[in-house]
Write a protein that binds this ligand. Structure first.
Ligand code: NAD
Length: 469
C-alpha cells in the first residue's frame, strides 16, 4: 500500500542495537477513515465468501508463515527485542493460530432451539445462525507482534468480518509481513487494512470511528479503560494486564517446577501479560527451591536477541527499563531484599529476584512487565491462596500440587480467567479460552471464543400454525 498520509513516518528500530530497520507511513484521521471505508466496501463480498474458501486462505497463510519462519523470527527478535528461541516459539504458535482459524471457519454454526419447551412456543421451529459483525478495529501491543495480531485477524476473517489493524508502533513490521502472507494466500483487497501510528493518533481514530462494529484491543489497562469510554455503541473486547502469581506446594516436583518458574518470570524480559511476577513457595521447600531457582536465574544469558542461546533480550524502551530499575530500587528502599539481578545497562535489565516484599509495594500490586519476580515464603495453603487472589487483576494463576483437593480449592477460590494446575500462570495454547476478569479485561480470545465474540446471533423462527391463503 502506498503512503496514505503526508503526516509523517514511523521509524522502526532494532531494540538491541538501536539501528533503524524500517519506516512506515503514519496514518492520520483521514487515512484511518479511508482504510475503514475500504474495509467496509470489502465486507459485503467477503462476508458472503464460502466458508471453505475463507478456510483455505487462512490455511495457506499458515503455510506461508511457516515457510518464512526464520524471517519472521528475525523480525520479531529485532523489532521487539525478544530472544531468538522465544521469537521462534511465537512464530510456531501463530502458525497454529491461523490453522485453528481455518478450522473454525468451516465449523461456524448455530443450533436449533426447542421452541415447544415454552407453552407459548408450540408449533414453531427455531434456530439461530451466526453472522459476521462488519468491520473490526484491531489494536495490538508490542510484546507478541505476530501471535497477538493473529489472535485478532485470523478469527475475524474466519467469521467473515473485515479488519482494520493498528499494530503497536514499536513492532509493526511483523504485522506487515503477516498481511503480505494473507494477500499472497488470496485474501482480497480491502479485507485486511493496516494503519500505522501511535495510540492517541491512529489508534484513537480507529476507536472513535462510527463505522466499525467492534474494537478488539490487547494492551494496558489504562488504555483499555480509555477505549471502553470512547468506543461508543460498539462491541469491545479488552485483553489487559496482570500481576500474575503461582503457588508452589511442598509436593511439587522441583525438577519440573524450578525451570518452568524461571522461564515464566524472565522470558521476553518479563514482558508477557501472564509473566510470573509473584511466586509463593511453601516454607518446607523454600530453601531447596530458592537454591535451585537462584542458580538457574543467574545462569540465564542476557544480551543480543539474535544469539541463538540468548534467554533475556532488551526491554522495549529505555523508559520501560528505567521504570523497572526504579521499582526495584524503591522496593529495596522499602525493605525488600535483592537475591539476584538488579543490574541495568540501557534497555538490558538482568533477571531480578526479590524477597521480603510486601503486598503494597509496586513490584507486587501493579503489573511489573519487566524481568523481576518477588518470592513470598508461606506456611499455610489457604493463606497463600488468599495472597495470590488479592489482586485487582484476574488473568491466569498457577498452582503446583499433586493434591486434587488443593487443586480444586484453587479453582474455586481464584477469580481469574484461567487456573493452571502443575504449571505457572504463563501457560497458553492458542485454542483454549483466554482472557481476564476485573482489571484484566472483558471477553475471551482463543480462536473459537474470539470467533463467537466476533459474530452476531441471528435467531430464526418458523410459525407452523400460520394458515395459508
Ligand atoms: P499499550 O496499552 O501501551 O498499547 C497497546 C496498543 O494500544 C498499541 O497499539 C498502542 O498504540 C495503542 N494505544 C495506546 N493508546 C491508545 C489510545 N488512546 N487509543 C487507541 N489505541 C491506543 O500496551 P503495550 O505497552 O503495547 O503492551 C503492554 C500491555 O499489554 C501490558 O499491560 C500487557 O499486560 C498487555 N497485554 C495483555 C495481553 C492479554 O492477552 N491479556 C497480552 C499481551 C499484552
Amino acid at each position: 500500500m502506498p503512503p496514505t498520509s503526508d503526516s509523517g513516518w514511523l521509524e522502526v528500530t532494532d531494540k538491541f542495537t538501536g539501528e533503524s530497520i524500517g519506516r512506515l507511513p503514519v496514518a492520520d484521521a483521514a487515512a484511518v477513515d479511508a482504510a475503514v471505508s475500504r474495509a467496509a466496501a470489502a465486507f459485503p463480498t467477503w462476508s458472503k465468501t464460502p466458508a471453505h474458501r475463507r478456510a483455505s486462505i487462512l490455511q495457506r497463510a499458515a503455510e506461508l508463515i511457516s515457510s518464512r519462519a526464520d524471517a519472521f523470527t528475525t523480525t520479531i527478535a529485532r523489532e521487539a527485542g525478544k530472544a531468538w528461541k522465544h521469537s521462534a516459539n511465537e512464530v510456531a504458535r501463530s502458525v497454529e493460530t491461523f490453522t485453528f482459524a481455518g478450522e473454525e471457519a468451516r465449523r461456524l454454526h448455530g443450533e436449533t432451539v426447542p421452541m415447544d419447551a415454552s407453552a407459548f412456543g408450540e408449533n414453531r421451529i427455531g434456530f439461530y445462525l451466526r453472522s459476521p459483525l462488519g468491520v473490526i478495529s484491531a489494536i495490538t501491543p508490542f510484546n507478541f507482534p505476530l501471535n497477538l495480531v493473529a489472535h485478532k485477524v485470523a478469527p475475524a476473517l474466519a467469521a467473515g468480518n473485515t479488519v482494520v489493524l493498528k499494530p503497536a508502533e514499536e513492532t509493526p513490521l511483523t504485522a506487515v509481513a503477516m498481511a503480505a502472507c494473507l494477500r499472497e494466500a488470496g485474501l482480497p483487497d480491502g479485507v485486511l487494512e493496516l494503519v500505522h501510528g501511535d495510540g492517541p493518533g491512529a489508534g484513537n481514530a480507529l476507536v472513535v470511528h462510527p463505522v466499525p462494529a467492534k474494537v478488539s484491543f490487547t494492551g494496558s489497562p489504562p488504555v483499555g479503560a480509555h477505549i471502553l469510554k470512547h468506543a461508543g455503541l460498539k462491541r469491545v473486547t479488552l485483553e489487559l494486564g496482570n500481576n500474575s502469581g503461582t503457588i508452589v506446594e511442598p509436593d511439587a516436583n522441583l525438577d519440573v517446577a524450578v525451570p518452568r518458574c524461571v522461564m515464566s518470570a524472565f522470558a521476553n524480559a518479563g514482558q508477557v501479560c501472564i509473566s510470573l511476577q509473584r511466586l509463593y513457595v511453601h516454607e518446607s521447600i523454600a530453601a531447596a527451591f530458592m537454591d535451585r531457582f537462584l542458580s538457574a536465574t543467574e545462569a540465564l544469558k542476557v544480551g543480543s536477541p539474535l544469539d541463538r542461546d540468548c534467554d533475556v533480550g532488551p526491554m522495549i524502551s529505555d523508559e520501560a527499563a528505567a521504570r523497572a530499575e526504579q521499582w526495584i530500587h524503591e522496593a529495596i528502599a522499602q525493605g525488600a531484599t535483592k537475591l539476584a539481578g538488579g543490574r541495568r545497562e540501557g534497555r538490558l535489565v538482568w533477571p531480578t529476584v526479590l524477597t521480603d516484599t510486601r503486598p503494597e509495594m509496586q513490584v507486587m500490586c501493579k503489573e511489573a512487565f519487566a524481568p523481576l519476580v518477588s518470592v513470598v515464603v508461606y506456611r499455610d495453603y489457604d493463606e497463600a491462596l488468599r495472597m495470590l487472589g488479592d489482586s485487582p487483576y484476574g488473568l491466569q494463576a498457577g498452582v503446583y500440587t499433586q493434591d486434587l483437593r488443593k487443586a480444586f480449592k484453587a479453582v474455586a477460590a481464584l477469580d481469574v480467567g484461567g487456573v493452571l494446575v502443575n504449571d505457572t500462570s504463563i501457560f497458553r495454547v492458542d485454542h483454549m479460552p483466554y482472557g481476564g476478569n476485573r482489571m484484566s479485561g472483558i471477553g475471551r480470545e482463543g480462536v473459537r471464543f474470539a470467533v463467537e465474540e466476533m459474530t452476531n446471533v441471528k435467531f430464526v423462527c418458523f410459525n407452523l400454525d400460520s394458515p395459508g391463503r
